[in-house]
Design a protein around this ligand. Structure first.
Ligand SMILES: Nc1nc2c(ncn2[C@@H]2O[C@H](COP(=O)(O)OP(=O)(O)OP(=O)(O)O)[C@@H](O)[C@H]2O)c(=O)[nH]1
Length: 354
């Protein structure tokens, strides 16, 4: 996924600052709880360990490759904050026989996983490390006495819920992205022919005209229309007619292979090809190739059609220079040439130069 780097970085920095502010807010609450003999120890842990770690990450966010590696940095941050809290719990008990609460462990996990966005797999790894750390701490120093099992279960359960919620969130975001891509494709491509839809065709053609004007290169626009398609539909049915539309699209893709060639379905049985930086002789050869490919497919046409085999007529407009020319005008000119090809007997092309 394309990330809007400056705004994502800004958001992450704000989240980190909010995290630092929360640490300070909790400090005031904790200081009310702690005996004054422990202030020094507590302030050391928060002001000289946790806050500098958070600010180090803010500074690291100015690193050129931070966005790329941010998930690992935040996983490291989560582990560092959690273990500095374990250290505080340990020392509070060892030196002051004071039971420091463990709930911070859960807050750090939720903040880092959701506000900073540690992805699922990394969230699993770092939370497992943190759960093991808590179990280790309880083994070395069973600070909470009888409440050790329930405390351990509470920490492990909360961190499990944290990673599971992350999994569900990642999954929903993934599904949403997939749906968006499908919708984008549907709005851009005609589902039957898999060629560009009329709107996308116009948008891309306008860009190609502008580029061709800037680079002073030639352009050609072709309009293709299946011959006696109404008769074909009436004789063989609409579904068979749809197959002919797919064949027309396939033939177009076989003939026009350059990355800059724009192929679209203009309407019912009308198709457009927009070409840039092309010789008139090349466009002529390509129009011939389209007709030859229809002949090769040798699909029987309906009774009463102008030709015994399914075919198309093509109008081509070739412009040596496209200064002061719009895509609409080029399409109109191609349409006029197509009209001539139909009037001349169908299954042929007419090329005009403007
Ligand atoms: N099967 C199918 N038919 C379509 C589709 N879109 C348009 N058509 C049909 O295409 C036919 C176009 O008929 P006309 O505009 O009279 O043109 P034509 O019969 O090809 O005659 P000429 O252009 O003069 O050769 C109509 O019968 C439409 O119903 C489509 O998506 N699928």
């Amino acid at each position: 996924m394309q990330i809007n780097r400056p705004s994502e970085l800004k958001r992450l920095r704000i989240a980190l600052i909010i995290g630092a502010v929360l640490i300070v807010v909790f400090m005031t609450a904790d200081l009310m709880l702690l005996p004054s003999t422990m202030y020094e120890l507590y302030i050391f842990d928060r002001l000289l360990l946790q806050l500098p770690i958070v600010f180090a990450v803010v500074v690291a966010s100015y690193w050129r490759k931070f966005i790329q590696h941010r998930a690992y940095v935040f996983a490291g941050l989560l582990a560092a904050l959690t273990y500095s809290n374990y250290w505080l719990i340990f020392v509070c008990w060892q030196e002051h026989s004071f039971i420091f609460p463990y709930e911070g462990t859960i807050l750090y996990a939720f903040f880092c996983v959701f506000a900073l966005g540690i992805p699922f797999k990394l969230a699993v790894s770092v939370n497992v490390i943190n759960i093991l750390g808590f179990l280790g701490l309880m083994w070395i120093t069973p600070v909470y006495g009888d409440r050790v099992p329930i405390s351990a279960a509470f920490v492990a359960g909360s961190l499990f819920i944290c990673v599971y919620a992350r999994y569900r969130l990642d999954r929903s975001v993934h599904l949403l992205k997939e749906t968006n891509e499908r919708l984008l494709k549907l709005s851009k491509f005609d589902p039957l022919s898999d060629l560009l839809s009329r709107r996308a065709l116009r948008e891309q053609s306008e860009k190609l005209v502008a580029l061709s004007q800037r680079h002073k290169v030639s352009m050609a626009v072709m309009m293709l229309d299946l011959d006696d398609f109404k008769k074909y539909n009436d004789s063989f049915g609409h579904q068979q007619g749809d197959e002919a539309i797919k064949i027309q699209a396939r033939i177009m893709k076989q003939v026009f292979k350059r990355e800059t060639d724009i192929l679209g379905r203009y309407g019912g049985e009308e198709f457009i090809v927009v070409l840039s930086d092309i010789e008139k002789s090349q466009a002529t050869m390509q129009a011939k190739a389209l007709l030859d490919k229809w002949k090769e497919t040798a699909i029987e046409h309906a009774q009463g059609a102008k030709h015994p085999l399914m075919s198309c007529s093509i109008g081509v407009v070739f412009a040596e220079s496209v200064t002061d020319v719009s895509i609409d005008w080029l399409i109109d000119e191609a349409d006029k040439a197509l009209y001539e090809a139909k009037a001349n007997g169908k299954a042929q092309f007419v090329i005009t130069q403007v």
